[in-house]
Design a binder for this molecule. Structure first.
Ligand code: GLN
Length: 248
């Protein structure tokens, strides 16, 4: 039986805005299809075996939480994270977790070192937090789709040379409120500011991650059985409508 092996990084610190809902959603969509699901966590001081997890997830966190985990992330998980990605694992990083994929998060005179595995950096500039409903257009290889959610970040993220944004902002702020870019995509690694939580509002992305993770384990991309997504489709449409009412 196919199995999704999920690893959540810092579930105690990096979980604001109901990011845990993303994990529950992945589990349900696997179980409803008869796909096995196992879930592990790695917290402060804990390393992990890159071969034992096919999908790595890190959620959002406040500056305080990010400070608490950043050095640990680099010291105890960076090598394994990079090895898992090099071996084909998928990963989703949301908001505070997304910022930590980059080289640094600078706020005031302080510089928090990130993982440096994605070409981006984040700066807390003067100005208001970038909050509100947001929608972006994304193409992960099967044509344009919409991701819709909610953003709330003080940091402005800039993609460095060679980096590719996850999507184009339709409504809302995105990475920095200026360049129309949102998130990052680097092979099977996706980073985004969208939460809310993200996956229940965008079931198609949950399935994309499940397919990529299982493909890594089994060597070929599975055909995922369609589910009755009436509630999920309504949530998706509602999130898109909410973003359309956003002015920026
Ligand atoms: N602390 C970060 C910021 O404000 C990320 C916030 C979050 O994860 N919601 O930019």
């Amino acid at each position: 039986m196919a199995e999704l092996r999920l690893l959540t990084l810092y579930p105690e610190q990096m979980n604001i805005y109901a990011d845990r809902g993303n994990v529950i959603f992945l589990e349900r969509r696997c179980r409803w299809r008869g796909i096995g699901f196992s879930s592990a966590a790695a917290g402060i001081g804990e390393g992990f075996d890159p071969d034992e997890h096919d999908l790595i997830y890190i959620g959002g966190g406040q500056d305080r939480d990010q400070r608490m985990v950043a050095a640990d992330l680099v010291a105890t998980k960076r090598v394994a994270f990079a090895a898992a990605l090099a071996g084909g694992a998928a990963a989703l990083a949301v908001c505070g977790g997304y910022q930590l994929l980059g080289t640094s998060y600078e706020l005031g005179g302080e510089r928090i070192e990130g993982l440096g595995i994605a070409p981006l950096h984040t700066v807390r500039e003067p100005g208001p937090r970038l909050t509100g409903n947001v929608s972006i257009e994304v193409d992960l290889g099967s044509g344009p789709r919409i991701l819709a959610g909610f953003e709330n970040h003080g940091g402005r993220t800039y993609i460095d040379a060679g980096g590719v944004p996850l999507g184009r902002v339709l409504h809302g702020h995105g990475n920095n409120g200026r360049d129309g870019r949102e998130g990052i995509v680097l092979g099977n690694l996706l980073g985004t500011y969208l939460h809310g939580p993200l996956l229940p509002k965008n079931a198609w992305l949950a399935d994309e991650l499940i397919a990529r993770a299982i493909a890594r384990r089994e060597g070929r991309r599975p055909e995922l059985r369609p589910l009755d997504d009436r509630i999920e489709d309504a949530a998706h449409a509602g999130a898109i409508r909410a973003a359309e009412r956003t002015r920026a």
